[in-house]
Design a protein around this ligand. Structure first.
Ligand SMILES: [Ca+2]
Length: 480
């Protein structure tokens, strides 16, 4: 446990970063000399944190995909592409984990819910003097009081108070996310022509309003794309000719959805540049979990990858992560370091010049030194604690894993080389690995043994919070 605490719970503070800077002083490493990006010359950068929905890394060209994502390619050319970014396999647990910076076993209590007493990265931003906003998908509990309670000054969201009420079965031809979707814009219901466009417009307005402000801003943009249903976009050939088709899910529409999402990211980059915000804004693009299992993606090398949403396979957790910081992250590069959703909280803290309060009990390691071209603190291990906590019983994928970038040890003893066995079909039997593998197995087992006991089979464990009214579906559904 001691080793684990040292590796995964250390929040880099100024002293740590200063020491790193002194060691890798200007002149020794060219990346250490980038202009205007260091703790000493920090100018409270704006932060735009974009979270795409159900987007595995395999969907982007820069990870070998073939859908055509030129705007994310362009962003990659100006920033850092992370190859080992891992989320949890499902939206709600990923969203709680990223907003609170804590591993899921500590504070995730139910699908579609976050306890109102949690501390979030928006609270951190407000404490640092930032304006805060959240635009896009919510899914963290039903109450219009919650977004402000979680630290957002402005919000425009779906999946807040009204969720399933306006479904096609009850309200006719409306959807939660896409064509004719409804959103809650600071307490006013709005019906949209296409939900992602409405959110993008609110993002643009927000940036226009902020450009002359003397306060920095933190914008959390949770894009609805590319989650199911797989429906046409306004750029699809059928959009103008087949009205009913706008509400019909077909995986044939998936490439259009990826391209539309990519186009929106490109529009966001252009807007930041137009408004003169680009050079003092850290822009982060990341996925919340793997692609729908209905999607089979062809890769540039001719292979195919099945979406892994809901599974703890790497195709369920390896999501894209691209970060830019104006012209300060040049030259563009790729990073193989292991990154977890918990790492964004301390990254923001470092960028904002504040520290995450110790009592928040967070688990992240800051990426900020790497964003600034300095040598980052490596994350050797991370914890994937996956328990969807539906109103129904646990799924077959419920599991707890300690992992490095390459190896994964499950709480039931299965041990995999995920790099060479991504579908986890050939567990390394105890004692049959190399000496290095066996040593690592022992280390990872020590980490798992140090975690609090977990009894996922008990369905009636009292959990904190009033979450019973949010996601009341009857009968089994396949959310993946
Ligand atoms: Ca998701």
């Amino acid at each position: 446990m001691k080793n684990y605490l040292y590796l995964c719970r250390t929040t880099p503070n100024h002293t740590t970063i200063m020491n790193a800077r002194l060691f890798y002083a200007c002149g020794l490493l060219p990346l250490g000399c980038l202009p205007g990006c260091s703790p000493d010359s920090r100018q409270n950068p704006n932060i735009v944190f974009v979270l795409a929905d159900d987007l595995g890394a395999e969907c982007l060209d820069v990870y070998g995909g073939t859908y055509g994502t030129p705007n994310l390619n362009r962003m990659a050319e100006e920033g850092i592409v992370y190859e080992n970014m891992h989320s949890l396999p499902l939206s709600s647990p990923s969203r709680v984990q990223v907003m609170t910076g804590k591993f899921s076993y500590k504070n995730y209590v139910a699908f579609g819910y976050m306890n109102p007493d949690e501390h979030t990265f928006a609270h951190l931003a407000k404490a640092a003097g930032y304006d805060t906003a959240m635009i896009g998908k919510w899914q963290l509990g039903r109450s219009r009081e919650l977004p402000e309670q979680f630290g957002f000054d402005y919000w425009c969201l779906n999946q807040l108070e009204m969720y399933k009420e306006f479904s096609p079965s009850t309200m006719g031809t409306y959807t939660e996310r896409y064509a004719n979707s409804y959103v809650d814009d600071m307490g006013h219901y709005e019906f949209t022509l296409y939900g992602p466009d409405y959110f993008q417009e609110r993002v643009f307005e927000y940036l226009e309003d902020r450009k002359d402000s003397d306060r920095p801003f933190f914008l959390y943009y949770t894009m609805p794309l590319v989650h199911t249903p797989h429906t046409p976009t306004p750029d699809s050939d059928s959009w103008d000719t087949d009205y009913n088709g706008r509400f019909t899910s077909n995986t044939a529409n998936f490439p259009d959805m990826v391209r539309y999402m990519d186009k929106q990211v490109g529009g966001l980059v252009d807007k930041l540049k137009e408004e003169g915000l680009w050079d003092n804004t850290i822009l982060i693009f990341v996925g919340d979990n793997g692609t729908s299992t209905r999607i089979l993606s062809e890769m540039q090398d001719g292979s195919f990858i099945r979406g892994g949403k809901g599974a703890t396979l790497d195709c369920g957790t390896n999501v894209p992560l691209i970060i830019t910081y104006g012209d300060r992250t040049l030259p563009a590069r790729r990073s193989g370091r292991l990154v977890d959703l918990v790492d964004f909280m301390p990254t923001f803290a470092d960028a904002m010049g504040v520290e995450v309060p110790e009592e928040w009990d967070t688990d992240g390691i800051s990426l900020y030194p790497e964003i600034c071209g300095e040598t980052p603190l490596e994350r050797e291990y991370t914890i994937c604690h996956f328990n969807p906590l539906w109103p129904a019983a646990k799924t077959e994928n419920t599991a707890r894993i300690a992992r490095t970038a390459r190896y994964k040890l499950y709480d039931d003893g299965r041990f995999y080389d995920a790099e060479n066995d991504p579908l986890e079909q050939n567990p390394i039997a105890a004692g049959s690995g190399t000496a290095e593998e066996e040593a690592l197995r022992e280390k990872l087992q020590g980490i798992l043994d140090g975690l609090p006991a977990w009894t996922p089979n008990e369905t009636d464990i009292p959990r904190k919070g009033d979450y019973g009214t949010f996601y009341d579906f009857a009968g089994p559904q396949n959310p993946f």
